[in-house]
Design a protein around this ligand. Sequence first.
Ligand code: GDP
Ligand code: MG
Length: 790
Amino acid sequence: MSRRLRIALAGNPNSGKTTLFNAMTGAHQRVGNYPGVTVERREGVCRVGGVEIEVVDLPGTYSLTAYSIEERVARDAILDPDLDLVIDVVDASNADRNFYLTTQLIEIGKPVVIALNMSDVARANGVEMNLERLSALFSAPVVETVGHRGSGVQELLKAALARAERNAFPPPPRLRYGDALDAALDALSARPDAQAAAARLGVPARWLALKLLEEDNAIVERVAETGLREAARALARPIAERAGDRIEALTADARYGFISGVCHAALRQTAQARHTHSDRIDAVVTHWLFGIPIFLLMMYAVFRFTFALGEPLMGILERLFEGLGGWVGGRWPEGSESLLRSLLVDGVIGGVGGVITFLPNILLLFFAISLLEDSGYMARAAFVTDHLMRHFGLQGRSFIPMLLGFGCSVPGIMATQTLEQGRARLATILVLPLMSCGARLTIYALLIPAFFPRHLHARVMWIVYVVGIAAALALARLLRTTVLRGDSPPLVIELPPYRWPTLRGALLRMATQSGLYLRKAGTIILGISIVLWALTTFPRRTEFERDYAAEAEAARGAYAEAAARALGVPLDAADVAAERVDELADRIADLCAHFGERIAQAERAGNTTEQLTLLAARDAGLARLRDAAPAEFDRTARYLDEARIPRDEALEAIALARQMERMTHSYAGRIGRWLEPAIRPLGFDWRIGTALIGAFAAKEVFVAQMGIVFSIGEQNLSTLRERLRAEYSPITAFSLLLFCLLSAPCMATIAVTRQEAGGWRWAALQFFGLTAVAYAVSLVVYQVGSRIWV
Ligand code: GDP
Ligand code: MG
């Protein structure tokens, strides 16, 4: 019969919990949230010796007081009576600090197994570990592990199983808190009401007494026995008064004393450790002068990486959706006016496809950020920027949520939960959307290649991001000197040692993020695409200003004439003659189209050799056709150039004009036109106005909407870019880039801001404030720029 065992991984942030968790559970895991809070909850299962083990990866904490959400969540999970055992993941290279949590875990009374993780780093630093002695001192099994290599993981699981099944360890050591406190603890824990309360909560009476003396509110609240609460307060007061400090400070001192004893007895550090690897890197990376430039370079490298690798992948997805759209559209006869066809092809495939096309860029960005974070550089970045951030009324720690904001503002704003409540946190939330999010990347990826030469792409992109950062800092400062005035508390930032990030960790994170993104694309974006499709389709235009049918007829007449001339036959025989050469013409056109696309692709990728090879192959193909029937070929070629191509172009122009008239007539066109006078000074017309409406709903929608406005399925990005280039100037494009960067964030962000900042007031300030700033900046850029440009 198989038994189930529940264990939890506890430990300091960055001690390697998640790495060990992944090594234990592999793919058998699920990620969710703890109820009511946005702290991530990871659970998985593994099997050891016929026993199924459920593993929970707890949030990282330094302590088990209840000051932060993470600590509270971790403590509640440990106190849960269904939990059989706790694995305490200790960063052995930082053992003294990590043991603080260990002492607290041991006091709770749950069976504990200690994983001495990062033992490779500890050894490299010259630390000698005496496992037996450690095990005796903590009265718990101790196993050495190296998480990212998976070594020691099986031993750890076996030790956990053995410990859960049979207790071969004496009761854990009793920490001594000094005579006065120890006496108070004894007195309190001996009371019958204390024992009753402890039994109800499932904790040792001594631990409960300790928490009551420490006035740990989360626990005090759960003790109904008022007599006990009173007694604890009465006992604590004289002790605190005599010591001139809070009880908590006294217990913390005692724990540190115990730890230094343990370290002295069981760990030895050799002299070579003085100047570690990490310190040497830090001397450069956190240098007062080089720190910031290195940071900016790192960011630049991240974006280069994202673009260089993302572009070809995007091309593939683009063609996939183009093919799908063509296939679905092909179910209907050509020129069909079917509403369903239009909904599926333009609304659903166009909208969702356009969003999914950008997935590679977003994945790569998250991959890069995850590498920076796991390597330990991110903490340095916070350290380097702390000084700077303080100038703007923010904290070094505000930096991490803001960095997350580069992916998506929503998790970024949620991550501000790690900051202390207060004005600095509010300011961080309000300006966070200025960190250009992944969804806005879609807009840049459309506009930048359309308007700027290749060698400037990365640079323009970089400018946009830097403008966002600068605006965020400036506005934060403005907020902190006006509506959010007040001091920020001093903060210490931990600098974890540098480590090689693992591919697995980065990939897992990428997978989670892509899941979130795709879910968004599948639901919100699908809904919005359909609404926008309806806005652009209805009311349907039935009577047109121009007689498009007659224009098309005229184009066909002109075609017959041109065809006759090219083929050298009388006008009335042109149609018959054309039919004859049409087959060859089609083959020529196909050949050119086939190679044309690949040549354009090679050119985009900057691969000149490939481009020349393809050109040669195309010409060889044409030469073969020509050799087969030279006279026929020449006539066909002339026919193509003089008659067919102009006809196709004329017909397409007529179709587009008709589409455009429809769009103008639709609701979206009307809203856009209504907005036009307001946005004209920024260089925008009604079509951009229409697309910006979509962008308010979700930034990704902008691209889809531009596609619809120009009647180009926006999975066909290159054609859309050509159209944009023909319609707008680079300065309009730049003004638009800045507007999209700075203006009101998407609906989802506004909603989270309301939730985290605690009120519509702040959400409204964010929405209108940012839009006003965007308007002002774009106005200046366009008005000044368009004067200099000419
Ligand atoms: P958590 O915050 O406790 O979940 O820590 P993670 O599991 O995310 O690990 C933080 C970093 O430490 C990652 O980059 C891991 O690859 C790395 N890491 C984990 N275990 C070890 C180890 O035993 N040795 C070394 N050198 N690195 C490790
Ligand atoms: Mg983790």
